[in-house]
Write a protein that binds this ligand. Structure first.
Ligand SMILES: [Zn+2]
Length: 470
């Protein structure tokens, strides 16, 4: 079959309807509120984006960076309005595939529009001046949590617009916090920290919304090169990256981030009020399962302890948790690197820490911190008093966007697991901030810092016996 679509309709009119039963036309408005009539896509056929019939779209305009949300325009990325859609991709990051599974399994009606009635934020974020500066916010929709408020007119007319940010509260309970209470480092106050060890947080989950021209600028390439690279390395899953250069918004199928706040979020933009902050990249092996090969969980829980202290002193603590597993290379690649590190001659060593990743993946790190400061700007951060990170890359990325960092706090030496000495030594030698605790890491120290070694059972050429490399 030559056709790219199944039961492709004969014309645009046949496959879209307006909620008022007449064709809307380009931004046709039946009222004087300036909001077009939604064209509802009939979802009983498969419409491939590579099919010419899908190209006659009439997207709702987006003016990225405009401080007025109505002039900026709502991000429309559901399957409901294929002709007015103004973003490439789908909602919920990689979980969009599960939405497809749910429809396939007959568990979800593709026409279902979420009931957002009780979903609005439980505390206020913004607006901040940074929201209208694409150099500060280009990977988050700063109005993503305000959908039901600022785009009420669109929702009322029948547009299916999804929040890309959800704002809520929680009590969190960590064994390290309870240990800190037992050791006298933390004292429950019944407000931020309960006697049970629970701490009270405000939090927000954010899915990425990329404004492609600015993303390209930050990575030092043209927008065309960025679009072509993503198209190529995803085996072409988003043809509109190539065919629709007029659509500048992309919801990438990647992990998002979570913001955790201790203390009053309203104080975050106030430079006179102490702000303690860690930006943390996901490490499931350590963060959740306590692997001793790295410092991820101990550094994270130390940061939380410092955040609680700052909040108890009237300031604010902030942890931003990025889903960037294994330096954004993924957990499979990470474990392959672990095996390479442990099995190389002489075992795991600080000297070869970075080269092992490069040997396996072809690159040392794909986290590229260029987009990392965006959630800080989304929250209105202009000054961080205590930055709980030793990373030079994170530090440089943040200060280069105009945020001031006063103190850089290293992980206390006693929190570094034995097998993670390799990681911390390699990182400090290669430019991480040594602070007071890690001074004097030179080439000698690098050479002599070694970690665990795995025996490597490889099949003996003679008779299938296993030999172990020493
Ligand atoms: Zn880790």
């Amino acid at each position: 079959m030559a056709s790219n679509s199944t039961s492709a309709p004969a014309s645009k009119k046949a496959r879209t309807t307006t909620n008022k039963g007449k064709a809307g036309g380009p931004h046709d408005t039946s009222t004087d509120d300036g909001i077009p009539i939604p064209e509802i896509t009939q979802l009983d056929y498969v419409n491939l984006t590579s099919h010419t019939d899908a190209f006659d779209v009439d997207p709702i305009p987006i003016s990225w960076g405009h401080p007025d949300p109505l002039i900026r325009g709502p991000v429309i990325c559901t399957v409901r309005h294929s002709s007015q859609r103004n973003a490439i991709g789908a909602h919920s990051g990689s979980y969009c595939i599960y939405t497809g599974l749910a429809v396939a399994a007959g568990k979800l009606n593709p026409d279902y529009v979420p009931n957002l009635k009780l979903t609005s934020p439980v505390f206020n974020i913004g607006p901040h001046p940074s929201w209208s500066d694409p150099k500060k916010v280009a990977s988050i929709d700063p109005f993503g949590h305000l959908t039901t408020e600022v785009y009420r007119g669109y929702l009322d007319k029948g547009f299916d617009i999804r929040p890309t940010i959800a704002v809520t509260k929680a009590h969190i309970d960590l064994p390290e916090t309870r240990e800190a209470i037992a050791a006298g480092r933390l004292v429950p106050d019944g407000k931020i920290l309960l006697a049970s060890g629970q701490s009270i947080v405000s939090k927000a989950a954010i899915e990425p919304v990329w404004y492609l021209p600015e993303i390209a600028r930050r990575f030092g390439c043209s927008e065309a090169v960025l679009r072509q690279s993503i198209f190529r390395m995803t085996n072409g899953i988003y043809p509109e990256l190539i065919t629709r250069p007029d659509i500048k918004i992309f919801l990438p199928p990647i992990g998002g981030l979570t913001i955790y706040i201790w203390g009053d979020p309203d104080t975050i933009p106030d430079e006179d009020i102490e702000l303690t902050c860690r930006v943390h990249d996901e490490c499931n092996g350590s963060d959740v399962f306590g692997s001793d090969i790295c410092t991820c969980r101990p550094y994270l829980t130390h940061a939380i302890e410092e955040c609680i202290k700052t909040a108890q002193n009237g300031g604010c603590g902030l942890v931003i948790y990025f889903r960037k597993e294994g330096r954004s290379l993924g957990e499979v690649t990470k474990y392959l690197v672990y095996n390479t590190r442990k099995r190389q001659e002489g075992g795991d060593s600080a000297e070869k820490y970075f080269s092992c990743t490069e040997q396996v993946a072809g690159v040392q790190d794909t986290r590229f911190q260029a987009l990392m400061p965006d959630p800080l700007h989304f929250l209105g951060v202009t000054k961080i008093h205590n930055f709980i990170s030793m990373s030079d890359m994170k530090y440089n990325a943040i200060v280069s966007t105009g945020i001031q960092i006063v103190n850089r706090i290293e992980i206390p030496k006693e929190l570094v697991p034995d097998d993670a000495q390799v990681e911390i030594t390699a990182k400090v030698y290669h430019g991480y901030n040594a602070g007071k605790a890690y001074q004097g890491i030179d080439q000698n120290e690098l050479k002599k810092t070694v970690g665990r070694e795995y025996g490597y059972d490889k099949p003996d050429e003679k008779k299938g016996k296993n030999v172990v490399d020493e």
